[in-house]
Design a protein around this ligand. Sequence first.
Ligand code: PEP
Length: 250
Amino acid sequence: MRVPFVAANWKMNKTLPEALDFIEQIRGKLPAENNVESLICAQSLFLSQMMTAADAEPVKIGAENVFWEDAGAFTGETSPKAVASLGVNYVLIGHSERRNYFRETDEMVNNKVRAVLRNGMKPIICVDETMGQRESNEKVHWVVSQVIEALKGVKAEDAAKITIAYEPSWAIGTAAASAQQAEDGCYLIRQTIADVYNDACAEQVRILYGGSVKPSNQAALMAMPSIDGVLVGDASLDPETFLELVNYDA
Ligand code: PEP
């Protein structure tokens, strides 16, 4: 059984006091982690303080990015080994904003996925599809190839630790994909994992939909058979809305 997963992506938002205040506001109001797993991915610079503040809570704290080398002369980068040393469980990899603004390629994404796993953490691999690709009906190949490239060299026994987030960039911060569009993308991703590994593996991997998720559209999305959860940007910044999302009515 795949536990439903609600993951927040705060992006480059919030200061340390704001992040700690958020944790105070959700304290004691989160679902048990075997009912719904909840996660907040935040800026790396205050992950440590957030982990301490949320220590007794079921919510997990994750990073939004790491570099692929553990250490060395890479000024300004964030070491996956250092992030793992904080006790962080999850790392977002390959978000469309990283692919677009920071020119992350599939090869870089794959290196980062392997670095996260090597350091005992779990990657949430974001795969994207642009409006141009959707309109030209190219989306199938695009999403499939991003999944295949991201998983290169990842052993089947590690595949269960992976979460994939289907995040069409035309739906981020705009209007969500319909539940059926989201289901189609997530179904295709699970088929691709079955092709890369096997059916048993594909049944274990959690697949999330991301793009303008709100409490009002979440239940319809999560009712879809291939969708195990949601990755939420904007709506996750407000503590009350985050609580609605993690305590959603199935
Ligand atoms: C995201 O960028 O990961 C995301 C899902 O953003 P939003 O919910 O704001 O569309």
